[in-house]
Design a binder for this molecule. Structure first.
Ligand code: SF4
Ligand code: SF4
Length: 290
């Protein structure tokens, strides 16, 4: 089972929740083995909180068409089939813009002259770390690479092939509501949307909810920094029939522990009590009773 921890914007605490939740459930007897996957590939930072031995490393490549001027007959078809404006036909020249290419193969497969063979280009790397109690997987885009989706897709494929769906995988997702988070969400069994009880939190949560409903995903909400702001997020969830599975408290001590790069729940019982609620909820999800 893959659980994506997502949010409509960055800075809502999804990394804090992902790390603490994975550590917490990895210590529970009646849970499957846990894996934490940081697929916020543009800025993965879960690893800052994890000590362990690197046990696997792999370079990741995406495939980009390379124009062969010798073979090209200048028919112009490639320019018309690319949905991402990653190909431009200018006069007798075809230009490929790698940073816009989604590696969909359409131009390459449809080119009648086989003048656009797909060539590998490094986009980043994936590594696995054996942390105490669980496996940590981190995918990171190289500096200058702009397409997160191909690396996310390959990372999910890696997890699915290697772990055969026996483990509980907690995915620290990219923030926002665009293609990277959709790629994670559509490949996950359940989504935890992390938000804050503030007007900004509500705005971003409503966008995230719209996105999850659009792609038909099962989700629930965790409110972080509970105690600040107002009750509009709770009202919104009530009105829209969205379950709030936990309320992580707003405490100065939590910020201090976080800034020291340490786990929160061993030192803050109120935080641990909320993680327990999430664990109980996930257990029921695993058993198919909610
Ligand atoms: S589809 Fe192929 S042959 Fe036609 S313009 Fe593009 S590269 Fe050239
Ligand atoms: S592979 Fe797809 S996205 Fe990339 S240039 Fe070709 S048609 Fe466009």
């Amino acid at each position: 089972m893959k659980i994506a921890v997502a949010s409509g914007k960055g800075g809502t605490g999804k990394t804090t929740l992902s790390i603490n939740l994975t550590n917490y459930i990895s210590g529970m007897e009646d849970f499957p083995a846990a894996i934490l996957a940081d697929l916020d590939v543009e800025e993965p930072n879960s690893g800052l909180f994890i000590d362990g031995e690197t046990i696997f490393k792999e370079e990741k490549y995406k495939y980009i068409p390379e124009w062969d001027s010798e073979k090209c007959t200048n028919c112009g078809l490639c320019d018309r089939v690319c949905n991402f404006n990653a190909l431009l036909k200018m006069g007798k020249t075809v230009m490929v813009l790698p940073e816009l290419c989604h590696s969909c193969y359409a131009c390459s497969e449809l080119c009648p002259a086989a003048a656009l063979p797909m060539k590998p280009q490094r986009m980043g790397g994936l590594k696995e770390i054996q942390a105490p109690g669980f496996r940590f997987i981190e995918s990171r885009l190289d500096i200058g690479q702009e397409q997160a989706v191909p690396l996310i897709a390959q990372s999910i494929e890696h997890i699915e092939k290697k772990y055969e769906n026996k483990e509980l995988v907690v995915i620290d997702s990219p923030p926002g509501t665009s293609c990277p988070v959709i790629e994670v969400a559509k490949n996950s069994d359940f989504i935890i949307l992390v938000t804050e009880p503030t007007p900004f939190g509500l705005h971003d949560l409503s966008l995230a909810v719209d996105t999850m409903r659009e792609i038909n995903r099962d989700f629930a909400v965790v409110i972080n920094r509970w105690g600040i702001g107002n009750d509009e997020v709770v009202k919104y969830c009530d009105d829209n029939n969205i379950e709030i599975i936990a309320r992580l408290p707003n405490m100065r001590r939590i910020a201090e522990i976080y800034s020291e790069g340490k786990l929160i729940y061993p030192e803050v019982p109120e935080f641990k009590a909320e993680l327990y609620k999430i664990a109980v909820f996930l257990k029921k999800k695993l058993e198919g009773t909610v």
